[in-house]
Write a protein that binds this ligand. Structure first.
Ligand SMILES: NC(=O)c1ccc[n+]([C@@H]2O[C@H](COP(=O)([O-])OP(=O)(O)OC[C@H]3O[C@@H](n4cnc5c(N)ncnc54)[C@H](OP(=O)(O)O)[C@@H]3O)[C@@H](O)[C@H]2O)c1
Length: 314
């Protein structure tokens, strides 16, 4: 099969298109004939070798965690899927492996997609939307009327978070630059703050949840914006979060949390339901063919994308 592989860590030019073996599957795994993938910042962080001390260097490595496609083969213990099903998943193999024509992943990471959903739209969803859902629901315990600040509301994770918070009838303050005006008109946060024009530390509202998706702030810089008992959640699990957790013991019940999203097919079903009810829209900034994966990484690394960057796989 054709795949984008890396044989070294480094700049985007380490990505090469090569013929490689189709992955074998274990009894609980599914082999998906991939139609599309998408880029997440973790892909280029892996490509740079940022996590090699923990994850090793098993070259050739195929990056990519998001896949949408058609079930090709299932392992002996797989119950819920059969060849021909239209599915999507956040792949659970170590470095992913989704920038390829065939992708293997555990049954529990997979969900069916509606017939009306294109593979390109479906592939934009898994990692980013799961992060948004699990961050707000499981860490933030979001509910109706929660005051929620989303820092990075136009990003891959952020645009899903904004819509999921609206779905819960929370009051959303979206922070991003005003070049995303069209998206904001469409997604309708209650309040909008352009961080390029206004220092978000000076916002006068108080929040139950601050969801810092781009990690430009910290618990220490924004804790004065939290209500007593409010929570600051960051998607960037940096060591300083541990220190801030300790400090938070003395801050009137204000909490700080970080997390790594879980690749759960059951949560993808929740997201698929929201799509079917037209409660969720997927914004795709650009689509690149697999052969241009290096350009897709370069673009993602600019930090400028609105919504998601998708990879088309023929
Ligand atoms: N812990 C986890 O499980 C987990 C899961 C997913 C992602 N993450 C991490 O979360 C981060 C975001 O991921 P993503 O996929 O959402 O990223 P992304 O889509 O690549 O983010 C691009 C967006 O960042 C925004 N941005 C850049 N600087 C900003 C600033 N100072 N303030 C507000 N927005 C800013 C840009 O909007 P503007 O035009 O408004 O600047 C752009 O829309 C990454 O570091 C990723 O690794 C962690």
């Amino acid at each position: 099969m054709k795949a984008a592989i890396i044989n070294n860590f480094g700049k985007p030019d380490v990505l090469e298109i090569k013929e490689v073996e189709i992955p074998g599957i274990k009894e609980n795994e599914i082999l998906i004939k991939a139609k599309a993938s998408s880029v997440n910042p973790v892909d280029w962080k892996h490509r740079h070798g940022n996590h090699k001390l923990i994850m090793g260097s098993p070259f050739p490595i195929i990056l990519g965690y998001d896949v949408a496609g058609i079930v090709d083969k299932v392992g002996a213990n797989v119950k819920q899927f059969k060849p021909g099903d239209k599915v999507f998943a956040r792949v659970d193999r170590k470095y992913g492996g989704a920038y390829a024509e065939y992708v293997a992943t555990s049954e529990q990471t997979v969900a069916k997609i509606s017939n009306s959903l294109s593979f390109e739209v479906a592939a934009a969803i898994p990692l980013a939307a799961l992060t948004a859902l699990q961050g707000l629901r499981d860490k933030g315990h979001i509910k109706a009327k929660s005051e929620v600040l989303i820092n990075g509301a136009a990003s891959g994770v952020g645009h899903f978070a904004l819509q999921i918070a609206n779905y819960y009838n929370a009051t959303v303050t979206a922070v991003c630059s005003s070049k995303h005006k069209q998206m904001l008109n469409d997604l309708k946060p209650a309040y909008f703050v352009d961080y390029k024009q206004y220092n978000i530390k000076s916002i006068s509202r108080k929040f139950d949840i601050i969801f810092d998706i781009v990690g430009t702030e910290s618990f220490m810089s924004l804790r004065h914006l939290l209500k007593p008992g409010g929570i600051y959640i960051t998607t960037l699990p940096r060591p300083k979060v541990l220190l801030h957790k300790f400090i938070s013991l003395f801050t009137n019940g204000k909490k700080v949390e970080t997390f790594i999203m879980k690749p759960l097919g059951a949560d993808l079903e929740v997201i698929n339901n929201l799509l079917e009810q037209n409660k969720l829209k997927v914004y795709i900034d650009k689509i690149f063919p697999l052969e241009e994966i290096a350009k897709a990484h370069e673009y993602s690394e600019t930090g400028q994308a609105e919504g998601k960057i998708v990879i088309r796989i023929n």
